[in-house]
Design a protein around this ligand. Structure first.
Ligand code: ASP
Length: 436
């Protein structure tokens, strides 16, 4: 039988009305068997997520302050859901356990995890399904790194005999018993490891948007929803700032070859975006899958005459970045020139030392740093080679009056990264989106 793993995000489970929508979605398809739930998110723009309230409770308790009012807000959020849905659930005892914890030795991750824990228990009660506490089957090592193989085994074993279950997202447990959370938004990751552990046919990630947009809607008006995208394109666009899924969440499902379908709980009829290894034949092909980018970048520019005739010049420069623990994003080499592109905030602590060492070790003719740059990436692997496309993109950028600082396109399909001044960022994205 087909198995679908679903993850519902915070806005999808923010109140009783959203719980009703979630149940209707689940009941529409019998393959929807395992559900990963987030904590209640925002109900309105000015609302506060339950996870943020829980962090606030922790901060107040840890600093010896009064957490009663904040905990009361948490209590109210769950109380409203339970009452409106008419669920039989002993919330008072659960809140009492949290209060006692806060009064004794409060732990930050434990507190943060209570949003997912309670919401998933309530959802399980509402659906009449089993609840699975990831403290029993998501395992971290002493350093807080996920023990992937052990976790897959434990999850698979726990879920093997269950027809249905709700699993709390966002956390697991270390060997010493302490609760450990993933980074913010980490329920996406829990959903992905559950999908991989049970060998799901599809991982549906239900949120409050109808999929991934081909460009940032704050810059481009009504951008197209991407119908299909491959794992690598998604990774590139997410890395460059397009947020639709927790960046780590792609890895477990990509490895297992499980497609991910991003869906909108408020518009379940929308097909959303499907992330796949290979596009189906029927997919409509676009020369560009999406465009995204980020500001706050710098280029370290090094030039030395005749250096390309020897070997090791670039290696020395990159070694310095490595030794000072500054990860670089791109390294472009030309005849006698090397440009290293890095995030300005990551370069900052080692900037002077790196420049000093380059001078000492390589005695370059030219050495400078250009700041206030933005990098824009345009991906389009799916449609295959499209002759003249890069020319059209660069022509559009030039027509917009933008000066290019860097251009980087490796071999193969469209995966172009261009560097432009921060002030030209929005203008460039608009120009590129328009022609594509
Ligand atoms: N509730 C957590 C957060 O707000 C995790 C999640 O929603 O995925 O980050």
């Amino acid at each position: 039988m087909k198995t679908t793993v679903l993850k519902f995000g915070g806005t999808s489970l923010a109140d009783a009305g959203q719980f009703r929508k979630v149940r209707a979605i689940i009941e529409r398809d019998p393959s929807r068997r395992f559900v990963v739930a987030s904590a209640p998110g925002k109900r309105r723009v000015d609302d506060t997520k339950v996870t943020d309230l829980l962090y606030r409770c922790f901060d107040q308790a840890f600093s010896g302050g009064d957490f009663a009012a904040t905990l009361h807000q948490v209590d109210n959020r769950f109380f409203d859901i339970i009452c409106e849905l008419g669920i039989d659930f002993d919330l008072a005892s659960e809140i009492e356990i949290i209060r006692t914890h806060l009064k004794t030795a409060p732990q930050r991750d434990y507190m943060a995890s209570r949003g997912e824990y309670l919401n998933s228990r309530i959802l399980a009660a509402y659906l009449g399904w089993d609840f699975v506490d990831p403290a029993r089957c998501v395992r971290f090592d002493d350093y807080g790194v996920l023990e992937r193989e052990t976790t897959y085994k434990m999850l698979a074993e726990t879920l093997r005999d269950k027809e249905h279950a709700v699993i709390a997202g966002f956390y697991g447990r270390k060997a010493d018993g302490a609760i450990k959370t993933f980074s913010r938004g980490g329920s996406d990751f829990t959903g992905a490891i559950v999908a991989a552990a049970v060998g799901a046919d599809i991982y549906e990630n239900w949120t409050d948007v109808s999929g991934m947009l081909a460009a940032d809607p704050r810059i481009v008006k009504d951008p197209r929803v991407v119908e299909y995208i491959n794992y690598r394109e998604l990774r590139t666009l997410s890395y460059m700032g397009a947020s639709v899924l927790h960046t780590d969440a792609v890895v477990p499902v990509a490895k297992a070859g499980i497609p991910v379908n991003i869906r909108n709980t408020n518009r379940p009829e929308d097909p959303g975006t499907t992330i796949v290894a290979k596009l189906p034949e029927s997919a409509e092909l676009h020369p560009m899958t999406g465009v995204a980018g980020r500001k706050g970048m710098s280029v370290v520019q090094v030039e030395k005459s005749m250096v390309s005739d020897g070997a090791g010049f670039t290696a020395v420069i990159l070694d310095l970045f490595k030794n000072y623990h500054v990860p670089f994003e791109q390294c472009l080499t030309g005849i006698d020139t090397v440009s290293v592109i890095v995030r300005s905030d990551l370069l900052a602590p080692a900037r002077e030392k790196i420049l000093r060492d380059i001078k000492e070790k390589l005695a370059p003719d030219v050495l400078y740093v250009e700041d206030k740059l933005s990098m824009i990436t345009i991906v389009g692997e799916s449609a295959g080679p499209s002759p003249g496309l890069i020319g059209r993109i660069l022509t559009a950028v030039a027509a917009a009056g933008v000066n290019l600082s860097t251009v980087n396109q490796g071999a193969g399909a469209l995966n172009l990264i261009i560097g432009v001044g921060e002030d030209d960022y929005e203008k460039t994205i608009k120009a590129i989106y328009q022609i594509l």
